[in-house]
Each structure stands twice: as structure tokens, then as C-alpha cells.
Write a protein that binds this ligand. Structure first.
Ligand code: GTP
Ligand code: SPV
Ligand code: MN
Length: 594
């Protein structure tokens, strides 16, 4: 026992010797501790009080204008062997990486407080959960970790019991983009992050631990750590199916996780339960099905676009006890962003709002809120064994070609669909926005090892006795010739989820096409929706020639992972390409593919 605790304190002492803080604070995760930190941050300007009448317990944080998103070009995965990082990661030799970043950490906490944050990712008593400790000099990080994870005494007790935890060291440093690195050492189960105070760069339990390090651990332990929401769909008979969906950053996970059923569905008794909005850890259970937990305890959600018409559940969740980062404010000091009623007077940088300066709220402005505040929060989110997954969904922002929904014919085909995912880039990471890039399983920025090995790991789950979920691909973002989205999206996405569940339950047949199974005529329930039939045709159109090009591009992309590309995935790409060529050789049918 004692030695397990010693390893923990030894590491803390080592870090203190390097960073030389004036004080060390061991976080207990209590509400009193949170309140004390908030008062301190209000006093030094780190937090700004928002209108406490309309938004009790809500505060605004303005990050440095150069520090508003994840920095993928400064994020490194430092495996001893460069090959293990793969072409999907930036790599640095571990010893060189430590030397480089330790030089920045040297004395960086002088005169300041160092916080030690024990946390648990996942329900505290879950065998699927994993613990970590983040050391940081940022009280803003402590407050966010308190909301986003199970932080404090209970986590510390589990760490003392197990001895094993992920070591995360963070300092906001000078916020100089030239002195900013997010480094991962999977073999050492450790993370070092310097020079950013923002989201995924600084809240180390989230992307750094729960995806980059965890995906590596998951591979050797036979499970999956994925960038997925988890949502429960309860039908009028009271049966609930759980769906896990991977969409790239700012492509709709939080929205789908909290969706409100369309009017007719609500009347019929459909309910939607939120289990997670960003990260999903799943593992095969004794019955062969995949069981999933949400390792997080809160939401770090995109603010712009969140409104009463798009995501009322999110809006209700953030009416109190929420930290807002980089949003605008109104005259009466309420938080504001594009999509809300009212008018902004101060922009996200604290300047008087002027449309000439661009959006009032930063496009990647966020809210941090406890998941318990969500009206649709599922009690199953606390279940130690997790929830059984009926369907896995992949999707991205694809203005053309990709149909509203398609189903993979088997696991291999589903893994190909995930690997082939593409999406237009968003403001969630620094860099150009709206550029189409491949983002396999929405994990391009988060897979902690070689994508070829990762695809092989996915394929390896298909074993005798496994009862794997069906795999689907969706696209809420297909546009018509007028440049407008063809599909209304948001709550109406339930119509697509219902079709998936009907497929899982074998209640509908779908239509086979070379690219997968699409809804047959009449299988998508569209009652109460004003959707032009021509629009539906376009949403479900399979453009053979376009798809032949797509398959060639997918083939080329997959080849970039040789020699580690699994032969099975290559063969699957060849199979679909051939099916398209064969369809081309056949005389044209009169109707489109659905
Ligand atoms: P991260 O937290 O970055 O991982 O993002 P996320 O995947 O949770 O994305 P989120 O749900 O916050 O949505 C991001 C943006 O996509 C918001 O501006 C939404 O309004 C928009 N969006 C979400 N769902 C839909 C949809 O069904 N249709 C359309 N057109 N837009 C959507
Ligand atoms: C994402 O970018 O996918 C996010 C926000 O969920 S961050 O925490 O910054 O990773
Ligand atoms: Mn995310």
C-alpha cells in the first residue's frame, strides 16, 4: 500500500523540484474548494462575473487571442519507435521531447501555486474507468477539471488502491505559440503540456488522456477509446437502444447526444437519453456485445449555434453553474453567441462589438458544465458496466456525394467506412476552416498510435462469439445547388436513428447499393416534415461516377499507411470499388438507387 502512494508523492515532489512553485495545493474536489478558486479568479480577472440573476454561478473566461483551440501542429506522440506514431501523428524522440519541454518547465511555477488534481475518467467504481493525476499551475484548469471529471478524494483513493495512473503535467507558461507543446509518452503513461491554457491542450483528462494515451492502452488491452457521443433512444414500448457516433470536432456530437425528438415522435412517446457527448470507451462484455462508458462527467461544448431551436437541452443545461470561454456578452452582462437572440455589446476579446472585427463570440467558444445539469442526462451514465451498444455511426461534413445515411454490410465494411471518413475542417483546431480532409473514425487528431495498427485493432474485434453492433455512416451536411443544407438536421436526425434501429431489429430491409444499404422507399419516417421529394432523392442519391473517384481517393489514402495497412481493409476497398465498376457496366436503372 505505502509504496503505491509513495510513487505518487515521489512524482509530485519531482515535478515540484523542477517547476519550483511557491505552494502546492492537493485538490480534494469539494464544492468549497471550487468556490474558493472562483473567488480568487474573480479577484485576479481570470474569471468575469456574468449576470447572476439570469445566470447564477456563471462566469466568463477570456483566453489569450492566440490560444483559442487545439494546436495539432504542436501536438506530439512520442513513442520510442517513430514508426509506432504513424503518418497520422507528429513524432519526437521521447528523450529529446522530455529535454525540450523540461527546459520550459524549469522554474515555470516560481511564485505561484501548483495544483495536484487526482481524477477518475469514468464512474468511480467502473472496471472500465481509469485514473490520472494532472499537475497544473492554472486554477482555470482545476475548475474545468472539477466539472469535466470525477475529481478529488474518491479518485485519489482509487489511485492509492491501484497504484497505476496517468501522469499529466501542465503549465500555461507564457502563452507564447513559439513555446507551446502538447507531448504524449504512451509507453510511460505520461503527458506534458506547456504554453496553452485552452480546452483539449490543457484539460489533460480529455483528449490527451482519454483518447491519445487511452487509445494506445486500449489496443493492448482489447478495448476501444473513441471520439464518440453515446445516446440512448427509447421507443414508445420502453425499449432503449444505445448508439455511439463518431463525428469530427464541431460536427454535431453534442447536438445528437441531446436531441429533442420531433413533435410527432414526442407525442408517440419517444425519448432520448444523453450518456456522453465527446468520448466513449467500449469493451466486449461476457455476452459478446460492446459495452460503453462515457469517461467524462461534464460537457465542454461548442457555444455558437447552440440555441432554443437547435439544442434546447444544452441551453437549459448552461443556465447556471457554467464556465463560458471566449463568448461575447450583452448590455446586461449575459453570455452571448451567434445563434442566440439579443445583441452583443462586447466581443470575445473584451472589445466593444464591431461586426468589422468578425464574429462576436469566437467560433470555437465553449461552455463547461456538469453533465448532471442536462435535462436528458441518463442514469445509465453512472452504470459501472456501461451500456450495450446497438449501432456505431460515423459521419462528417460532406457538402456532396455522401448520402444522408448508409449501412455497412458487415464489420469489415463498417471499418472501411470509418477509415474512409472525410470532413471539412472546423474552428475546433487552429488552421484553415472548410478544407476537406480524411479523418478516420474522427480520430485523426487523437489516435495515439499508427493508424494502420489502429485499423487492424478495429478489425480484430470481429471474433467468434462477438455480437458486434451494426455500423452506419451519416451526413447531415449535404448541400443542394443553392448551397443550403438539404437535411434539416438536429431533432429530425432521430428519423435516421429510428431507421438504423429498425435495421438492427430487422424490421426493415433497406436497399442494397454498391456503397452499402440505404433506406428503401417509405422506410424513413418523414411525417410532419416539409421535405421536398426531390430533396430526399438528392439526399439518398448514389452518384456512381462520383463514388468511383471517391473509392480511388480512399484507396490512395489507405496506401499511405503501408506497410501497416491491414490487407483485409485493402481488400474491402477493392471489393467496393469493383461493385461500383460492375454497377457501371450494367444498363442504367430508371430510378435512383434508393
Ligand atoms: P466537439 O465538442 O468539438 O467535439 O464538437 P461536436 O461534435 O460536439 O459538435 P457540436 O454538436 O457542438 O456541433 C457543432 C456545430 O455543428 C454547431 O454549430 C451546430 O449547430 C452544428 N450542427 C450540429 N448538428 C447539426 C445538424 O444536424 N445539422 C447541421 N446543419 N448543423 C449541425
Ligand atoms: C474537440 O476539439 O474535439 C473538442 C474540444 O471536443 S477540445 O477539448 O479542445 O478537444
Ligand atoms: Mn471533441
Amino acid at each position: 500500500m505505502a509504496s503505491k502512494l509513495e510513487a505518487f508523492t515521489h512524482w509530485v515532489n519531482e515535478v515540484a523540484a523542477l517547476t519550483r512553485p511557491a505552494k502546492i495545493h492537493w485538490c480534494d474536489g469539494s464544492d468549497a474548494e471550487y468556490q474558493t478558486l472562483v473567488q480568487q479568479m474573480l479577484a485576479d480577472g481570470t474569471l468575469i462575473e456574468l449576470n447572476q440573476q439570469t445566470h447564477p454561478g456563471c462566469y466568463l473566461h477570456r483566453s489569450h487571442p492566440s490560444d483559442v483551440a487545439r494546436v495539432e501542429h504542436l501536438t506530439f506522440v512520442c513513442h520510442p519507435d517513430e514508426q509506432d506514431a504513424g503518418p497520422n501523428n507528429h513524432w519526437m524522440d521521447p528523450a529529446a521531447a522530455h529535454a525540450k519541454i523540461d527546459a520550459l518547465f524549469d522554474g515555470c511555477m516560481e511564485g505561484r501555486t501548483m495544483y495536484v488534481i487526482p481524477y477518475c475518467m469514468g464512474p468511480i467504481d467502473s472496471p472500465l474507468a481509469r485514473c490520472g493525476v494532472e499537475i497544473t499551475d492554472s486554477p482555470y484548469v482545476v475548475a474545468n477539471m472539477k466539472i469535466m471529471t470525477r475529481m478529488g478524494a474518491a479518485a485519489q483513493a482509487r489511485i492509492e488502491r491501484e497504484g497505476k495512473f496517468i501522469k499529466g503535467l501542465h503549465s500555461t507558461g507564457e502563452l507564447d505559440p513559439e513555446r507551446r507543446f502538447i507531448m504524449h509518452f504512451p509507453a510511460e503513461l505520461s503527458i506534458k503540456s506547456y504554453g496553452s491554457g485552452y480546452g483539449g491542450n490543457a484539460l489533460l483528462g480529455k483528449k490527451c488522456h482519454a483518447l491519445r494515451i487511452a487509445s494506445h492502452q486500449a489496443r493492448s488491452e482489447g478495448w476501444l477509446a473513441e471520439h464518440m457521443l453515446i445516446v440512448g433512444i427509447e421507443n414508445p414500448q420502453g425499449e432503449t437502444h444505445y448508439v455511439a457516433a463518431a463525428f469530427p470536432s464541431a460536427c454535431g456530437k453534442t447536438n445528437l447526444a441531446m436531441l429533442i425528438p420531433p413533435e410527432g415522435y414526442r407525442q408517440d412517446g419517444w425519448k432520448v437519453w444523453t450518456v456522453g457527448d465527446d468520448i466513449c470507451w467500449m469493451r466486449p462484455g461476457a455476452d459478446g456485445r460492446l459495452y460503453a462508458i462515457n469517461p467524462e462527467a461534464g460537457f465542454f461544448g461548442v457555444a455558437p449555434g447552440t440555441s432554443d431551436s437547435t439544442n434546447p437541452n444544452a441551453l437549459k443545461s448552461i443556465a447556471r453553474d457554467t464556465i463560458f470561454t471566449n463568448v461575447a456578452v450583452t448590455t446586461d452582462n449575459q453570455p452571448w453567441w451567434e445563434g442566440l437572440p439579443g445583441t452583443p455589446v462586447t466581443d470575445w476579446q473584451g472589445r466593444p462589438y464591431d461586426a468589422a472585427n468578425g464574429a462576436a463570440a469566437h467560433p470555437n467558444s465553449r461552455f463547461t458544465v456538469s453533465a448532471k445539469q442536462c435535462p436528458t442526462w441518463s442514469e445509465m451514465a453512472e452504470a459501472a458496466q456501461g451500456v450495450p451498444i446497438s449501432a456505431i455511426v460515423f459521419g462528417g461534413r460532406r457538402p456532396s456525394l455522401l448520402p444522408l445515411v448508409m449501412e455497412a454490410r458487415d464489420w469489415n465494411h463498417g471499418v472501411l467506412m470509418g477509415a474512409a471518413m472525410g470532413s471539412e475542417t472546423t474552428a475546433a483546431a487552429t488552421g484553415a476552416v472548410g478544407v476537406l480532409r480524411r479523418d478516420s473514425m474522427a480520430m485523426k487528431p487523437f489516435c495515439g498510435y499508427h493508424y494502420g495498427d489502429y485499423f487492424a485493432h478495429w478489425l480484430s474485434l470481429d471474433q467468434p462469439g462477438a455480437k458486434l453492433p451494426k455500423i452506419f455512416h451519416v451526413n447531415w451536411f449535404r448541400k443542394g445547388k443553392d448551397g443550403k443544407f438539404l437535411w434539416p438536421g438536429f431533432g429530425d436526425n432521430l428519423r435516421v436513428l429510428e431507421w438504423m434501429i429498425n435495421r438492427v431489429e430487422d424490421r426493415v430491409d433497406g436497399t442494397e447499393t454498391p456503397i452499402g444499404i440505404l433506406p428503401a422507399d417509405g422506410e424513413l419516417k418523414l411525417d410532419g416534415l416539409k421535405l421536398d421529394p426531390a430533396q430526399l432523392d438528392e439526399l439518398l442519391d448514389v452518384d456512381n461516377a462520383g463514388w468511383q473517384n471517391e473509392l480511388a481517393a480512399i484507396g490512395e489514402y489507405l496506401q499511405s499507411f503501408t506497410p501497416r495497412l491491414p490487407e483485409r481493409l485493402h481488400q474491402e476497398q477493392q471489393r467496393v470499388a469493383k461493385a461500383l465498376d460492375d454497377a457501371d457496366a450494367q444498363p442504367r436503372r430508371e430510378a435512383t438507387a434508393h
